[in-house]
Design a protein around this ligand. Structure first.
Ligand SMILES: [Zn+2]
Length: 309
């Protein structure tokens, strides 16, 4: 019995969740808007159920130090919209919850109508922390290496000029990246967030942190139940824009997994000796495509882009 704990697999431990918000009470944009009424419900639930809301940098510290991630929640805010400053910030202040704001530096520097100015961004920083969300909000996988570096340096310089320091955190515009993009961005920022649905545990990479979007009206409790599905390996075999095969090996014995591909939907795939193989032979239709692998609340997802450099 004394060896019992050695055999406890890592996926039995509780997991943290990183959420992403964009606009608050800006109903012109339903795909990026969260009603403040909904946001307040989430914050209230977390408060009443003793969740701990922390900054992204705090979560990263907990991951590195292998501290408990039980009931840890992070809110990240992308794009530095004025609607967050107006309708979101007061709620975070009210509940005394910190957040991590990823600044769209070009929009903020050039005073674009929907965006906060640097003074407002710095005021937000008092109640949370700041991260970088590129300079021009490009589709990074469509850019050359040189162009990615140029955009990143512009964002860094804006932070140096207007804030006086450069954050260690970066959020990909549109959540879009690939290995090439990641390698370049990671040279400038140790902590990177994507927009792949998933939960966070000790196996999460701090330069590839999954985030769950809270847009419109969502079932927040269901999102809090999500756990990371652990794979020993995952292979997505492609021929140009055709997905030939999705295969992998699970860390634990599950009877089946559900696999989702954008424009194709879900398919139940039986496993054999923890392994699964799905051969959809499917031509991607959209530019952005999600592949989600799921078993009950255990989930992992990947973003596949149709055309890129
Ligand atoms: Zn954005």
């Amino acid at each position: 019995m004394r060896f019992f704990f050695l055999f406890l697999p890592i996926f039995l431990f509780a997991q943290a969740h990183i959420f992403v918000l964009h606009r608050i009470d800006d109903f012109r944009y339903p795909y990026t808007n969260t009603p403040s009424k909904e946001l307040e419900k989430y914050l209230k639930y977390l408060k009443e159920h003793d969740y701990k809301v922390v900054k992204l940098s705090t979560l990263v510290k907990l991951i590195k130090e292998k501290k408990p991630l039980n009931k840890i929640v992070v809110f990240t805010i992308d794009d530095s919209y004025k609607s967050f400053y107006k309708n979101g910030l007061p709620l975070f202040k009210k509940y005394q919850y910190p957040f991590t704001l990823f600044v769209y530096t070009k929009a903020t520097t050039q005073h674009w109508g929907d965006f906060m100015n640097w003074k407002q961004v710095k005021e937000c920083a008092k109640y949370g922390e700041l991260g970088v969300h590129s300079w021009a909000h490009p589709h990074l996988p469509m850019l050359s290496n040189k162009e990615i570096i140029k955009d990143t340096k512009k964002a860094i310089n804006a932070f140096k000029k207007y804030v006086g320091y450069v954050p260690k955190m970066y959020a990909y515009p549109y959540g879009e990246y690939n290995e090439r993009v990641k390698k370049i961005i990671n040279k400038f920022f140790p902590i990177i967030t994507n927009q792949n649905v998933g939960a966070i545990d000790y196996t999460s990479q701090i330069n590839d942190l999954d985030r769950i979007a809270l847009t419109g009206k969502v079932n927040f409790l269901e999102k809090l139940k999500l756990k990371k599905l652990h794979l020993k390996n995952l292979t997505i075999k492609k021929n140009k824009n055709k997905i030939i095969e999705i295969s992998g090996t699970l860390e634990e014995n599950l009877p089946y997994v559900y696999i989702y591909i954008t424009s194709l939907g879900w398919k139940k795939i039986k496993t054999q000796n923890k392994s699964f193989s799905y051969t959809p032979n499917f031509n991607l239709r959209k530019y952005r495509n999600r592949i989600i692998i799921r078993y009950n609340y255990k989930i992992i997802s990947k973003l596949i882009l149709k055309e890129e450099k």
